[in-house]
Design a protein around this ligand. Structure first.
Ligand code: C2E
Ligand code: CA
Ligand code: CA
Length: 393
């Protein structure tokens, strides 16, 4: 079945038709080079077509490579005059007798592939002027394929990092203590994913990249599973807070995975960064899990996203105050008013408040004074290996 062409492919096809008709040849096509494979991405040919869009051929014994290597000229009016060409499989493709191939070069100087035309008969008229036209058309084609090429390269680069993590069963998980501000006693811990240090970025970035290449849901669910395994391995009675994005949460795979976890010891943290598209859907999907004891937290409250509406519609068990309204609260009257207001809101709706990003004892004391019951931050403990958390608290 013929594949539907993308808009970019349609533009390329127009250039190929120009090449084919201006040169009076039977066939014109653009190839993308990938290792030893030439992808004939778009093919414009007289009927009947001998290649289709997306067909592939080996590069090493192609006419294009012989031309690129300088073993054959870019313009070949009659293949039969070149023994080198006649030895190649392309010469056995029904009646290809004339050929012209120029490289497609991207703006960074890398070669994308080739821009070619071929005739089923010898064509003595084929000339250097035709090559000049092909080069101009090839430059136009390069502009069109460039965005797709960049995206493919990015996809490949991300997959090279994410795929092995998925294959290994997910990221490593560290735990950060969540404490009762009045007693200092640990009541739970937040599970945070850790990726190789060399990636030099925060986990939320890696999850976002995984979503870009379609692996995000799987990666998030693996992280949830790993966090749940920690719960099962520990004999203390605290809860584990786990992060999940709303869209991943709504996948059947995620709901299914959660349903098999010890729900009454899990707080699910939904960030405000990602928009919830349909609160009724979310509510419906979560209802059986919440009935099974799962608690829901709204993460990053006060970070300046959809705040109040999100809180009201999610009906969370826990509000997590974002570091941006927590750090420095002891010395900032405006933050104090904000924290007090959010704490009152939480109390009125029966939700508990956890302040995160507490780095000083002054802030911890101030927060307790403002009615915040629980806290999390470097002041109490950094995210650390699960075994060390248990040793310390
Ligand atoms: P988050 O859920 O808001 O997690 C809290 C972040 O604050 C963590 O960053 C934690 O290390 C950091 N933090 C905790 N206490 C302090 C403090 O006192 N001071 C400062 N400056 N920072 C503190 P981390 O581990 O880099 O995680 C960043 C984000 O990545 C998380 O933000 C969360 O949105 C996301 N993330 C991490 N693990 C997972 C996961 O397994 N699944 C999903 N979906 N997202 C995750
Ligand atoms: Ca969180
Ligand atoms: Ca947070």
């Amino acid at each position: 079945m013929a594949r539907r062409r993308t808009e970019a492919a349609e533009h390329i096809a127009a250039l190929l038709r120009t090449a084919r008709s201006a040169l009076g040849l039977s066939l014109a096509f653009i190839t993308r080079l990938d290792g030893d494979t030439q992808h004939l991405e778009v093919v414009e040919s007289v009927f009947p077509p001998i290649f289709r869009d997306g067909s592939t051929r080996p590069w090493h014994d192609s006419l294009c490579k012989a031309i690129a290597d300088g073993k054959l000229p870019a313009v070949i009016p009659d293949l039969r005059k070149f023994p080198e060409a006649m030895r190649l499989p392309a010469a056995r493709i029904p009646r290809i007798r004339s050929y012209i191939s120029v490289p497609v070069v991207l703006s960074d100087g890398t070669t994308y592939g080739t821009f070619c035309a071929a005739g089923f008969g010898a064509d003595k008229e084929l000339s250097r002027r035709d090559e000049a036209l092909m080069r101009v058309l090839s430059q136009a084609a390069a502009l069109i394929v460039e965005p797709g090429a960049r995206q493919r390269a990015r996809h490949t680069e991300i997959a090279a990092r994410i795929d092995p993590v998925v294959a290994a069963g997910g990221p490593d998980i560290v735990l950060q203590p969540i404490v009762d501000l009045a007693s200092g006693r640990r009541i739970g811990a937040e599970a945070l994913s850790r990726f190789p240090r060399a990636w030099a970025s925060t986990p939320d970035r890696h999850f976002a990249e995984a979503h870009e290449i379609g692996s995000g849901d799987e990666l998030e669910i693996l992280a949830l599973r790993r966090a749940a395994e920690l719960l099962e391995a520990s004999d203390d009675q605290g809860y584990v807070a786990m992060n999940v994005s709303p869209n991943t949460l709504l996948t059947p795979e995620c709901l299914h995975a959660l349903a098999r976890m010890p729900l009454d010891r899990i707080v699910l943290e939904l960030s405000e960064h990602q928009q919830v598209e349909d609160y009724d859907l979310l509510k419906g999907a979560l209802a059986p899990l919440r009935a099974g004891g799962l608690r829901l937290a709204v993460d990053d409250v006060g970070a300046g996203f959809s705040s109040l509406r999100h809180i009201v519609l999610t009906q969370p068990d826990v509000l997590k105050l974002d570091r941006s309204i927590v750090a420095g609260v002891a010395a900032d009257p405006v933050l104090q008013v904000l924290v007090r207001a959010l704490t009152d809101l939480a109390t009125a709706t029966g939700a508990a408040v956890v302040a995160e990003g507490i780095e000083t004892s002054a802030d911890a004391t101030a927060l307790a004074g403002l009615g915040v019951a629980y806290g999390q931050g470097f002041h109490f403990g950094r995210p650390d290996h699960p075994a060390r958390l248990r040793d310390r608290y």
